[in-house]
Design a protein around this ligand. Sequence first.
Ligand code: KG4
Ligand code: ZN
Length: 343
Amino acid sequence: MMRLLTIETTCDETAAAIVTDELQVLGAVVASQSELHERFHGVVPEIAARAHVERILPVIDEALRQAHLRLADIDVIAVANTPGLAGSLLVGVVAAKTLSLALGKPLVAVNHLHAHIYACRIAAGRDVFPCVGLIVSGGHTSLYHCRDACDFELLGGTIDDAAGEAFDKVANMLGLGFPGGPAVARAAEQGDPRAYRFPRSFLHDQDRLAFSFSGLKTAVRYAIAGPGKPDCERLELNERQVADLAASFQQAVVDCLVAKSLQALERTGLARLCVGGGVAANRVLRAALADALAGRGVELLIAPPELCTDNAVMGALAFERLRAGHIDSLDLDALPGLVRPRP
Ligand code: KG4
Ligand code: ZN
């Protein structure tokens, strides 16, 4: 049996996990930094990097403690080295390289987005490839043709904001907390998703597997206060308005994600959809996807919420790369690289 220590520091969660090559999770720790970024209504890269530095060793220690193991018992070190915030990524990459060198164990880098889809494989307990992969996170909203765990072809993605980013910004406009996704989802429970008519970009455009959420964001802003009016944050909204705005916004995002996933399935002819990333924790999205795919002969796999938001367990993707003969050297780089597909 092989034991993997995997490290995740791409954005604002410091995470480590110990996973076996049979994908059994022996230890898993996620230290969220939400409370550090909350008052800025978004992730501040410099603060994130500093917090990773402080937390990375205690987080690894705690994962080992949960697994009742010592560093010497670890056979492989994995780290997500792309994409993400440069300073954040560096902390994980340097920690992983140092451990690899000190322990004399192989180092394997994983792509954070691919790992988000691999979370579905871990949760399913069986092979899930080939599939269409929908990644909906704070930084990305993309559809992939996933041939196997290591071979992803980008089909399309957002031309501006990511879905999670839109949730975070709208939460801010509505005076809700950070991270915005769970806060908007909670407020939306009491709201009417048809109260406001918000735009759904590219919805019926079969030729473009693209998303755009910046116009939706602006539409929410104008529904609160028109152009030239004071900042939304300073306007008093009653609970009903907040709930209706949240529900209508959320429904617009969900409608786009569902429609484009269906188009990607049609285009590729694949019969399986795997969904990953923080926004995949959204209950309305999960239910809408299940609804849309019911009776279509398409299998839907969404990881449980704790494997949707950033975590290190999904870095077990490293075993697949290792099996494919892939080992990284100590000159491994952190690659922030945000790739924006053309519509
Ligand atoms: O995958 P993730 O943890 O980090 C990135 O790789 O970006 O995704 C974080 C994003 C945030 O924008 C957060 O607001 C959103 O996921 N999110 C949600 C929910 N839980 C987290 N969005 C909608 N509904 C949720 N329940
Ligand atoms: Zn993520």
